[in-house]
Design a protein around this ligand. Structure first.
Ligand code: TRP
Ligand code: MN
Length: 449
């Protein structure tokens, strides 16, 4: 194989990259990005690798979640704060149920690029480039908005930095303190059955904390209770952006992506000999790959050889998104093949993307019942194969949206019109997310026996 360098992906066929009308303007934006500070530190990336190695070994659980696509307009930080709030709630529920650490990773602070099935979109006889996420162009259906604009790379960097700064402030500055866990419940969740179950759990943890304080665990000795390590991730789609933020650690001597701690590839860009895999193979970050029902086990093994020839634990997360119906047939052969190969992967379940349907009003939605079914199938398949059901990857928001059907609020087709604000795929709302966390916690608890 030829040597890797941050731009070596340019020698390979690349899918899903926008056609910029002015390549010089793109090069100029990338040059500016190249002079910006890294968003994440190599030491944090190394810590995530170590945490994920614990997940691969079955000693920790991975929780990854956030918007399908983030909005470049940060809206005062509200969406990011609400996503963090619900992820913390889910993490508490899972930590308690599983009695093992939860590795917390947001689809956040950089999730701005989307793959599309078609390059163009036609409405009323007008054909324009498809919307590819805020880092590329605007969602509005006008020629001006849909033109890929390199200035958006710089805006995406700024928005990522601002969001990351807020997340660091909240996770280190007291918001994530376990003594505050009642405060993570938003008003609309509080009244729901999940909210009540959470309040009971919070009371129990509160009692345990009071007991520990009485036993002499003080501010200093109980520091882990007061903050969390929180990692960021996004789909590694817009390679010019990722390349510009790739840096070499002089002490360690390896390259890493500094746009986020973890990057993943979607189903559409994971061909072993193409540009996206070429980029990911050279960075030291943990990398995820989405695996759908059509992926032959041999393709997955080829991908693992390419991405992780050294078989380092904590390097690769395989995120399966089979669809509840096809999972029982498609997942087990994959688990067998990977186990047999000896590759130390983290297996994570994305129960969202294989279960997307269209409502009776023509709206993209997902049924909570199917999501639950895929999660259950995932745990059952791993139990049968003797592999580790390591994580959960979900599209969610802490906000009170109505995008997925079902759940405790029993949302139906007519409800979807009320608060459907996703720019892309339908997300679980705060209440549905918490409900899913309780379900997974119960499955993990059952494993403990
Ligand atoms: N620091 C520990 C952890 O991250 C405990 C903890 C503090 C925690 N705040 C939390 C766990 C919020 C879950 C959610 O696991
Ligand atoms: Mn999506």
């Amino acid at each position: 194989m030829l040597p890797w360098y941050p731009a070596s992906w340019r020698e390979k066929p690349a899918r899903q990259l926008p056609a910029y009308p002015d390549p010089a303007a793109l090069a100029d934006a990338c040059q500016q990005l190249g002079a910006f500070p890294p968003l994440v530190a190599e030491s944090e990336v190394a810590a995530l690798r170590a945490d994920l190695a614990e997940v691969a070994a079955g000693r920790a659980f991975l929780l990854q979640g956030g918007d399908c696509a983030e909005d470049l307009d940060a809206q005062g930080g509200t969406p990011a704060r609400e996503t963090l709030r619900v992820l913390l709630q889910m993490a508490v529920v899972l930590t308690y149920g599983a009695a093992r650490p939860v590795v917390k990773v947001g689809r956040i602070a950089g999730q701005y690029a989307k793959p599309r099935s078609a390059d163009t979109e036609t409405r009323d006889g007008v054909t324009l480039p498809s919307y590819r996420g805020d880092i590329v162009n605007g969602a509005e259906f006008s020629a001006a908005a849909r033109m890929p604009d390199p200035q958006r790379l710089l805006r995406a960097y700024s928005a990522s930095a601002a969001t990351l700064n807020l997340l660091r402030a909240l996770t280190q500055g007291g918001f994530a303190d376990l003594h505050q866990l009642h405060r993570w419940t938003s008003d609309f969740v509080r009244a729901s059955p999940q909210g009540q179950r959470y309040a009971q759990l919070a009371d129990r943890i509160g009692e345990a904390l009071a007991f520990m304080a009485a036993c002499g665990f003080t501010q200093d000795s109980a520091a882990p209770l007061r903050a969390v390590r929180f990692y960021t991730s996004h789909e590694a789609l817009l390679l010019p952006y990722e390349e510009a933020l790739t840096r070499r650690d002089d002490a360690v001597g390896d390259w890493h992506a500094t746009s986020a701690h973890l990057l993943w590839l979607g189903e559409r860009t994971r061909q072993p000999d193409a540009a996206h895999v070429e980029y990911l193979r050279g960075i030291a970050n943990p990398v995820g790959v989405k695996i759908g029902p059509g992926a032959p086990p041999d393709d997955v093994l080829a991908l693992l050889e390419r991405l992780n020839p050294a078989r380092a634990p904590g390097r690769v997360v395989l995120i399966t998104r089979m669809g509840a119906g096809r999972l029982p047939e498609r997942l087990p052969p994959l688990l067998e093949a990977v186990r047999h190969s000896g590759h130390p992967v983290v297996w994570s379940c994305d129960p969202m993307h294989g279960n997307t349907v269209t409502s009776s009003h023509g709206v993209k939605t997902r049924d909570f019942g199917r999501i639950v079914q895929e999660v259950r199938g995932f745990f059952a398949a791993h139990a049968a194969c003797g592999t580790v059901a390591g994580g959960l990857h979900v599209e969610l928001t802490g906000l009170d949206v109505t995008e997925c059907r079902g759940g405790g609020q029993n949302l139906g087709d007519d409800d979807l019109a009320r608060r459907y604000t996703s720019a892309c795929d339908p997300r679980l709302n705060g209440s549905q997310s918490l409900e899913l966390a309780f379900l997974v916690a119960d499955l993990l608890k059952a494993q403990r026996g």
